[in-house]
Design a protein around this ligand. Structure first.
Ligand code: NAD
Length: 491
């Protein structure tokens, strides 16, 4: 590591486990390396927790729960708001850290700080406004009082692709609701979460309310925490196979769960679309985060009459994209997270080409160091190709033509996922029909990015359970109590 600013920043990141307000080593002093995917270099060693460390974190979250739950909403809100302000002040540090451990271009990392920070501000704003209700029962014989209560200690598991936003999207509503947490970031990108956890401490969060563990023994450590009878909630963002395994582990104790899982987003361009807007939207929906987003457009379903022009325009844009280390000026495509991601992108492109698709831009990995894959466009993808079924999670834009609206709807809904769909049309009537017809938890109508802290983020079908963000987000961490009073209350 030669850049002094990078070295200084990395040296300032806490690398232990945060348990009960103190950073400490893992039992036995075990550590694991974190790499820069653009160079392959080790950038820090972090603590590698054992099952005992996981139990210690669980103990801290359980012990801190009663007093945090009893802390007035306004006080909780003010800590979240202070954390929001501190995050803004430290934007450049957090963004650079994210780029170093995850690879995304610095401009996108700054965008993630803005987006991720919004969850702190949003939930600081709504915590004091989240009320129950009171009213006479329909028979007029009593009154019904509905109140909300924090569910209790929570276990939060986050993926590597949005190291800050996936953490704040869970931590902020949990804290706003009065819950305490143990969070386990992905071992590939733990530094941002650790840095952010220190920001929460600096904002005045009491000890034990947020505990951070990082581990390569993910299965055993998580299983032990999930089976702890004091745990009341599991919130997971990641892949479907892991999500299913966690749901099975949560079943015996009927643990409340939120699952943000995979996507296979259709991006439908009708013949009445504004093509400039559609191309702009396509570049964002596909290439943000190098395509490594659950909301990334996976299948570009384009009307046959404009598919040639659409392909020509996106091909031109993609061929001119700058690929490189995310810290370099003007870079639009950084490295993929690891070798497996490169192999996956290459295998999906090869399968599509064998079945008749045509590569019009990119199409291959790049020489090392670093795990790069060229931004790619493939046209005329044939039915049955793996790329239409699997989540690509890479910078590959795959195009299939359609003939009429029914055809487009059938293709768009032909997946077990249902996270997000993008539709481009200038017809308000058609847009409205698509809202009704697409099986999707979220929809972008003439826009290529939908994420917003004030909106309920989440999927239909196998894309998950529950919502993050919006008014709905806090209720994932609250439980409802209804009380009937035997007689009318005094006026
Ligand atoms: P992953 O499932 O491999 O890992 C996610 C997290 O789960 C990591 O922290 C990992 O360490 C942990 N994990 C792995 N095995 C575990 C086990 N046995 N027990 C407990 N925890 C375990 O997913 P990933 O590769 O990090 O992320 C990519 C996936 O996440 C994609 O499928 C993507 O669509 C999905 N994702 C979904 C959303 C959403 O909001 N729907 C957002 C971002 C990513």
């Amino acid at each position: 590591m030669t850049d002094p600013r990078e070295s200084e920043l990395l040296a300032s990141v806490p690398t232990g486990l945060l348990i009960n307000g103190a950073w400490r080593e893992a039992v036995g002093g075990r550590t694991v390396a974190v790499n820069d995917p653009a160079t392959g270099d080790v950038i820090r060693e972090i603590a590698d927790a054992s099952v005992d460390d996981g139990i210690a974190a669980m103990n801290a979250a359980a012990d801190a729960f009663p007093s945090w739950a009893a802390t007035p909403a306004r006080e909780r809100a003010e800590i979240l708001r202070r954390a929001f302000d501190l995050l803004q002040e430290r934007t450049e540090d957090v963004a650079l850290l994210m780029t170093l451990e995850m690879g995304k271009p610095l401009a996108e990392a700054r965008g993630e700080v803005a987006y991720g920070g919004e969850f702190l501000r949003w939930f600081s704003e709504i915590t004091a406004h989240t009320q129950g209700r009171y009213g006479a029962n329909p028979e007029g014989t009593g009154h019904m009082i509905v109140t909300h209560h924090p569910v209790g200690p929570c276990y939060l598991i986050t993926p590597w692709n949005f190291p800050l936003a996936m953490a704040t999207r869970k931590i902020a509503p949990a804290l706003a609701a009065g819950c305490t947490v143990v969070i386990k970031p992905a071992t590939l990108t733990p530094l941002t979460t650790m840095f952010f956890a220190q920001i929460l401490q600096d904002a005045g969060l009491p000890a034990g309310v947020v505990n951070v563990i990082t581990t390569t023994d993910t299965g055993p450590v998580s299983e032990r925490i999930i089976s702890d009878p004091r745990l009341r909630k599991l919130s997971f963002t990641g892949s479907n196979p892991v999500g299913v395994k966690l749901l099975q582990q949560a079943a015996p104790s009927v643990l409340r769960t939120s699952m943000e899982l995979g996507g296979n987003a259709p991006f439908v361009v009708f013949d009445d679309a504004d093509l400039d807007k559609a191309v702009e939207g396509a570049m964002l929906a596909k290439f943000r985060n190098m395509g490594q987003a659950c909301t990334a457009a996976n299948r570009f379903i384009v009307h046959r009459s404009i598919v040639g022009e659409f392909t020509r325009r996106v091909t031109e844009r993609v061929r001119s994209m700058k690929v490189g280390r995310g810290t370099e000026e003007g870079v639009q495509i950084g490295p993929l997270i690891d070798d497996r991601a490169v192999v996956k992108a290459r295998t999906l492109v090869e399968d599509a080409v064998e079945r008749g698709a045509v590569v019009t831009a990119g199409g291959a990995g790049m020489d090392g160091p670093g795990t790069f894959f060229q931004p790619t466009v493939i046209a005329d993808v044939q039915p049955g190709s793996d790329i239409l079924r699997e989540e690509i999670f890479g910078p590959v834009l795959a195009i299939i033509p359609f003939d009429d609206e029914d055809d487009a709807v059938r293709l768009a809904n032909d997946t077990e996922y249902g996270l997000v769909s993008y539709v481009f049309t200038e017809s308000i009537v058609r847009g409205q029909r698509m809202i009704d017809r697409l099986e999707t938890g979220m929809m972008g109508l003439n826009v290529g990015v939908v994420s917003n802290a004030a909106a309920p983020f989440g999927g239909w079908k196998q894309s998950g359970l529950g919502r993050e963000g919006g008014d709905e987000g806090i209720h994932e961490y609250l439980q409802t109590k209804y009380t009937l009073t035997a007689s009318p209350l005094p006026a």
